[in-house]
Design a protein around this ligand. Structure first.
Ligand code: ZN
Ligand code: ZN
Length: 178
């Protein structure tokens, strides 16, 4: 999901431009297939870019649909995830003359020589951070039976305590024997 900051960087310092990026569903053969590796199926984001001295400050929010699994009953679910972000992107060339800018700090995000910024890595990172770690299909999910593994939402049941089961087996044995 690329935005071109060339126009913004020609504006006076402090000016902003709003962008909207979206893909639903994410195309496995498209530019944003990396999002699918993080189980992100759809995303849309509003971004405000402000011209700052070394480049552009990008802030906004993203909404994503993420494939997950209920931690109790293991059925597949989709979580709606909202993430906010704010990140400085450093220009590497001046937009007017194409002259190189001062070296950006190490590990900082940079604006390419074509003034495009790929938002996908940032959105991916922020959505992963905002995704629930222990999602439930519903708040009162009963989960799987510890004894037989059946889904207790679909077939609510109880087992007798294991000690009782042993006595039952013994009683059955004696009855059959006599
Ligand atoms: Zn569940
Ligand atoms: Zn059971």
């Amino acid at each position: 999901m690329r935005v071109n900051l060339g126009h913004l960087l020609k504006q006076p310092m402090g000016e902003s431009v709003a962008y909207k990026v979206a893909e639903d569903p994410i195309d496995p053969r498209g530019d944003n297939a990396d999002l699918l590796d993080a189980d992100i199926r759809a995303i849309d984001a509003d971004v405000k870019a402000t011209h700052t001295n070394p480049g552009a400050y990008l802030q906004g929010d993203a909404r994503a649909r993420v494939s997950q699994q209920c931690v109790r009953c293991l059925r597949p679910i989709e979580s709606e995830v909202e993430a906010t972000f704010a990140e400085q992107y450093y220009a590497t060339l001046t937009v007017d003359s194409g002259a190189p800018m001062r070296e950006p700090p190490p590990d900082s995000k940079t604006i390419g020589p074509d003034f495009n910024v790929d938002l996908t890595p940032l959105l991916r990172e922020e959505v992963i951070l905002a995704t629930p770690q222990a999602p439930l299909c519903r708040p009162d999910c009963r989960g799987l039976c510890q004894v037989c593994g059946k889904d207790l939402n679909e077939s609510p049941h109880d087992h007798e305590a294991p000690a009782d089961d042993r006595w039952a087996a013994l009683r059955g044995f004696k009855a059959g024997d006599g």
